[in-house]
Design a protein around this ligand. Sequence first.
Ligand code: PBG
Length: 328
Amino acid sequence: MLGFPRQRLRRLRKTQVVRDLVAETTLSIKKFVYPLFISQEVTSPKEIAAMPGIYQLPLSVVAKEAKKIYQLGIPAVLLFGIPGKKDAVGTQAYAQTGIIQKAIKKIKKEVPELLVITDVCLCEYTDHGHCGVLDRNGYVKNDESLVLLAKMALSHVEAGADIVAPSDMMDGRVGAIRTILDKNKYENTPIMAYSAKYASGFYGPFREAAQSTPKFGDRRSYQMDPRNVQEALREVAADIEEGADMIMVKPALSYLDVITQVKQHFNLPLVAYNVSGEYSMIKAAAQKGWIDEERIVMEVLTSIQRAGADIIISYFAPQLALWLQNKK
Ligand code: PBG
């Protein structure tokens, strides 16, 4: 026997308008952040081989690019820098004349309304490619690295950054950054912490983009083990206690369960990073004609939001903006 309100589920799926009306998840470009790679090593935009459509940009085009992004309705960019010179302690990461410090000023002058978020991590600036400074055995020294990361964050904020996003995964970095910002009267600058950042193969294309592959070893002694989820909750709790204003899970797709659990346990704005490998896989399959790119991207981004992300960092943001506009 069929229950009484027969076919209710189907009635709510009948037409597009009804489906939209009852939809539980609606993508908005206002919730997206677009990463930009700014390089001192190029003089014109250089496409990243493993990330079709994504470029390393010279400083000279950054303001124009920022304006385009803003006009697409994307509210924020996340900046990564590739310096001209690297050394053991990542000096260019916190130099006032560093690539990111200069880029922030250019963007803020051209489009002050665009939120500028900066990645705070030493791996693009150290000659060994690790996210902190090393001891004699090549092991990352946590507390020594904190001092440099805090200096780096402060220099970004002094240059005009709206939000800083530490991605290095050292213990105590959120607290160290909060302390130095407060001391310098930047109490109102939020910290977006990459709290649950897994040691992931999905960062492969990024490392080509940011030229930040470690020269030896890997990042497993400071990034998280993909087998763990309780550990993610501990990482998030620690960051919140130290003063994080937003928390992040990264990567997104293989970690949707982590996003959901973090969302259930904590009530700060939750960010998910739809990382480079997740982008490249879709691009590659789409270029081969194996999948429908727009359909897959919509499905993937929707799944990240449905899992519990409030904010999504994605290389697809400009395309998404156009797709969403055409839907209207
Ligand atoms: C570290 C950093 C990484 C990414 C963002 N910040 C790479 C890493 O930890 O090796 C990866 C982002 C992506 O893959 O899109 N500065």
